[in-house]
Design a protein around this ligand. Structure first.
Ligand code: NAD
Ligand code: UDP
Length: 336
């Protein structure tokens, strides 16, 4: 019995692979390497001293995926595979709908065919759209503001319908807040292609001199210093939440959504100041206009995950800044 990890070569999937292997699970990874590099998996093997099977396979390649299901006996699936760049999703929405939604439907059809009905799905806090207030709990209304977010929302709905049709499915919808940081060794981390869209990889690339300065998108939000507030969560804490969700699905039927966040909001300026003081690196920045579609403040109420999954984030913003910087300095060009 093993766990199928889709998208396991990516940022979060590779950290999850480490945690699963460390805990004693057998894993099989499927990834089309569209946004990742095989080197991440070599490092997972080095760090854990454990081996696993990897298939370079696209979830859209149904026959290939079916053969993988035929060759293994999976206990559950952790489904990380998906495209995730908000801006790109606005430019090429059909690619996002096709990849994320059709890929998930293929996966679920094959899971049903092979009687594998435990699924941990990577959802996102983006499904809360523009929330009326913070902190956000799982009962807040759901909406989407861009095609990427809509794929997450649609997949959540598809999975709910699937569970209504067959209540033997066990599904955890994990709504991530803002994952940052890297494995404490510094040997795996986030490896963005081209200009980073997200804050932390941009900050580390400024710190190492690859980019001149950070543009801060807006300093007129209704927050303590005017810059956007987010619930940054260390990727290692985040993936631990996945193992707790897996344990939960072993004992419980149903479909449940869980926020994976720390419950604390930090502003863009808080992050920069913490990064600068802990790593002794100045981060040149300029204030520019708000980024269209951004919200001022977004942080989780993580009580449900604490109560139901017995999970809580342990690492703080300093750990996140230390580990992101360690990854960046040890790998100035990522895995390339
Ligand atoms: P990532 O791009 O590093 O990893 C995703 C992996 O999926 C990549 O290795 C990519 O090659 C693979 N992939 C994409 N489409 C595929 C397909 N059709 N078939 C096979 N493999 C495919 O992204 P990540 O940051 O590790 O995110 C993992 C998941 O978590 C994604 O579903 C993402 O939407 C979700 N998520 C991420 C964040 C974040 O800030 N990183 C926040 C919320 C949700
Ligand atoms: N941000 C910024 N400059 C950047 C990237 C991000 O000021 O180059 C801000 C962004 O406006 C938001 C916060 O940092 O307030 C987190 O943005 P990110 O893209 O990392 O995550 P998300 O928007 O998904 O919460």
């Amino acid at each position: 019995m093993s766990i199928l990890v889709t998208g396991g070569a990516g940022y979060i999937g590779s950290h999850a692979a480490i945690e699963l292997l460390k805990t004693g699970y057998d894993i099989v990874i499927v990834d089309n390497l569209s946004n990742s590099n095989l080197e991440s998996l070599n490092r997972v093997k080095e760090l854990t001293g454990k081996n696993f099977i990897f298939y370079k396979c696209d979830l859209l390649e149904r026959d290939e995926l079916n053969t993988i299901f035929e060759n293994h006996s999976f206990e559950a699936v952790m489904h990380f595979a998906g495209l995730k760049a908000v801006g790109e999703s606005v430019e090429v929405p059909l690619m996002y709908y096709h990849n994320n939604i059709a890929g998930t439907i293929n996966l679920c059809e094959l899971m049903a065919k092979h009687d594998v009905k435990k699924l941990v799905f990577s959802s996102s806090a983006t499904v809360y759209g523009h929330p009326d207030s913070v902190p956000i709990d799982e009962s807040f209304p759901l909406s989407a503001t861009n095609p990427y977010g809509r794929t997450k929302l649609m997949i959540e709905e598809i999975l709910r319908d699937l569970h209504i049709s067959d209540s033997t499915w066990r599904i955890a919808l994990l709504r991530y807040f803002n994952p940052i940081g890297a494995h404490e060794s510094g040997s795996i981390g986030e490896n963005p292609n081209g200009i980073p869209n997200n804050l932390m990889p941009y900050v580390t690339q400024v710190a190492i001199g690859k980019r001149e300065k950070l543009s801060i998108f807006g300093n007129d939000y209704n927050t303590h210093d005017g810059t956007g507030v987010r619930d940054f969560i260390h990727v290692t804490d985040l993936v631990k939440g996945h193992l707790k969700a897996l344990e939960y699905l072993e004992k419980n039927n149903g479909i449940e959504a869980f926020n994976l966040g720390t419950g604390r909001g930090y502003s863009v300026m808080d992050l920069i100041n913490t990064f600068s003081s802990i790593n002794k690196k100045e981060i040149p920045f300029q204030f520019v206009d708000r980024r269209p579609g951004d919200i001022g403040s977004c942080y989780a109420n993580p009580t449900k995950a604490e109560k139901v999954l017995s999970w809580r984030a342990e690492k703080d913003l300093k750990d996140m800044c230390t580990d992101s910087w360690k990854w960046q300095t040890q790998n100035p060009n990522g895995y390339n």
